[in-house]
Write a protein that binds this ligand. Structure first.
Ligand code: HEC
Length: 155
């Protein structure tokens, strides 16, 4: 009987060892599976851009065209907001306020070309091109037209 008991305890020991091994393998498998899941989601992330890349190529071309269209059209309002509003919105340094018909009336009466020339070359406190030398004459003219027309003019 004692041999039988030894055998049982041996079998139990072997069983425990096998059980721990299986447990360890399961743990490793779980850990590995998690990594796999992360890897596969990374693969999905990688796959998405590659499929999206096909669309942006076309979309970027469209955006480029619309950007160049906007540039050639020259938005006087945008140029004015970016370069002129800092003085002409508040009347800083005595700048005629955009929208103030009374202040703009006599200036508009000088004529469109004179106004634009003054804006490009500067006049008294008004810096040439509003201080942004990188603006083209066309862009300054568009901003002048916008400002004057927003202030009772019809240039
Ligand atoms: C640093 C402030 C400042 C900025 C920036 C500025 N202006 Fe002026 N602007 C003035 C002042 C001050 C006057 C009034 C000058 C005067 O008549 O003594 C003026 C006057 C003008 C006039 C009237 C000129 C005239 O003959 O009566 C026009 C047009 C004008 N600005 C256009 C622009 C445009 C377009 C921009 C942007 C590209 C711009 N300004 C940016 C200060 C500024």
């Amino acid at each position: 009987m004692s041999k039988g008991t030894e055998l049982r305890s041996l079998l139990e020991t072997v069983g425990v060892v096998i059980g721990s091994l299986v447990g360890a393998i399961l743990l490793i498998t779980f850990a590995t599976t998690k990594h796999d899941a992360a890897d596969s989601s990374a693969m999905i992330v990688e796959n998405k851009p590659s499929s999206e890349n096909i669309q942006p190529v076309a979309a970027v071309k469209v955006a480029d065209k619309s950007t160049s269209n906007t540039k050639s059209a020259v938005s006087g309002e945008k140029i004015s907001q970016a370069n002129c509003a800092m003085c002409h919105a508040s009347g800083l340094m005595g700048a005629p306020k955009i929208g103030d018909v009374g202040q703009w009336g006599p200036r508009i009466a000088q004529g469109k070309d004179t106004l634009i020339t003054h804006a490009i070359k500067g006049i008294r406190q008004m810096p040439a091109k509003g201080g942004n030398a990188s603006l083209t004459d066309e862009e300054v003219a568009a901003a002048v037209t916008y400002m004057a027309n927003a202030s009772g003019g019809s240039l």
